[in-house]
Each structure stands twice: as C-alpha cells, then as structure tokens.
Design a protein around this ligand. Structure first.
Ligand SMILES: CC(C)(COP(=O)(O)OP(=O)(O)OC[C@H]1O[C@@H](n2cnc3c(N)ncnc32)[C@H](O)[C@@H]1OP(=O)(O)O)[C@@H](O)C(=O)NCCC(=O)NCCS
Length: 178
C-alpha cells in the first residue's frame, strides 16, 4: 500500500464518480428499509447537485499509487438546503446560524478499511468544517443498516439526533468546539 491524500477542487469531483457509485451500492446492500431509494442515487444525482448548492466544498481523495481507493466529501451549505421535496432533514429552528456543516459522503474500498484511513479523512473534514465561522452545527446522515458507520461516528463524538423517512436515515449531530 502506497497511499496519498489529495485535496481536490470541486471541478475535479469526477475523480470520485466510481467511488461515489460504489458507496450508493454499498448503502443499498446493507439497507433493510426502502433499499430501492438508492436506485436513483448516484454521482450525478447526489454529488454534483450537493456541490452546486453548497457554499463551500471539501473533497479529499485517497489513492494507492494511481488508483482511487477512498474519499470524503464535506460541505458548508445554507440550512434551507436540508428542507426539500425529499425530506426535512432536521428542524431548521434548532440551528441558530444560516449555514450548517455536513460530512456528506465517505467511502473507503473494502481492502483499505481498518487501517486508520477513515479516521484520517474524518479528522481532516472536521478540521476543515471548524474553520468556517458562519456554521457551528454539523450533520451526518447515515442510511439504515449501516451500523458500522453509525458507531464509527458516535465514537468520534457525533450523537444520534433523530430518524427521518420512517427510519431510512438516522441524523447525527455535533457542534463546533469553542
Ligand atoms: C466507515 C469507514 C469510512 C471507516 O473507514 P476506515 O478506514 O475503516 O476507518 P478506520 O480504520 O480509521 O477505523 C475503523 C476501525 O479500525 C480500527 N483501526 C484503525 N487502524 C487500525 C489498524 N492499523 N489496525 C487495526 N485496526 C485499526 C479503528 O480503531 C477503528 O475501530 P473502531 O471503529 O472500533 O473505532 C469505512 O468503513 C467505509 O468506507 N465503509 C463503507 C462505506 C460507509 O459506510 N460509508 C459511510 C457512509 S455514512
């Protein structure tokens, strides 16, 4: 393993296309509640629109030599982004500021898990999110059946807030460390 970590600009998000699509397939494979919702979720319908609606984007791509093996995508977005036709992700009045931070997509290929890569990407994302004074509430949305990720985030300090879409998604929250 010869891993490199590269922060890539949103214009180069294309480099994450396959990994993003693998993430959606993975989430479908573990979901018991409405797995069919993932059928319409892919790089085009999830990552590109998120990038467009965000105020700031942060993507870190991990490569083993030339091969992309993992990525994390986080953003700072207007809180209204999270109240749309699909779902009301959280009570907007529970957020004081206009913007929120989100660790939006996170995926490491199977053979590269449990070596600390995820922890490194998580820490990079949190450090980035904390640099924005216009956001102090951070969210992660975990789809049902992904107990491993849910517990990973809880060990890192996020707490379960509530479930939406009949348990399809669990909403995790944390706040800026002042
Ligand atoms: C969730 C995910 C990103 C975590 O990435 P990861 O690289 O496995 O994370 P880490 O290696 O940092 O940590 C995982 C565990 O391995 C342990 N670990 C880390 N380095 C290790 C090492 N060198 N040897 C043995 N174990 C190690 C960590 O202590 C951690 O244990 P814990 O979860 O009990 O605390 C990864 O499992 C993944 O991509 N899963 C599939 C997609 C997914 O669920 N994405 C999240 C969507 S919300």
């Amino acid at each position: 393993m010869n891993l490199t970590y590269e922060v890539i600009p949103a214009e180069r998000a294309e480099a994450c296309r396959e990994l993003c699509n693998e993430l959606m397939a993975f989430q479908k494979s573990v979901a018991a509640i409405r797995p069919e919702l993932f059928d319409s979720m892919n790089f085009e319908t999830r990552m590109l629109p998120s990038i467009d609606s965000a105020s700031h984007n942060y993507i870190v791509l991990v490569k083993d030599r030339d091969q992309p093996v993992g990525y994390v995508y986080s953003n700072i977005s207007p809180k209204e982004t999270y109240s749309n036709d699909f779902a009301a992700f959280f009570d907007l009045s529970s957020v004081k500021m206009e913007q929120v931070g989100c660790l939006s997509q996170f995926y490491i290929k199977e053979g590269y898990r449990k070596y600390g890569v995820g922890s490194k990407l998580f820490d990079l994302s949190m450090t980035w999110l904390q640099t924005f004074k216009e956001a102090e509430d951070y969210f992660i949305f975990v789809s049902n059946g992904n107990t491993n990720a849910l517990e990973f985030y809880q060990r890192k300090g996020f707490t379960v807030s509530h479930e939406i879409l009949d348990g399809f998604i669990t909403v995790l929250r944390s706040r800026k460390i002042k």
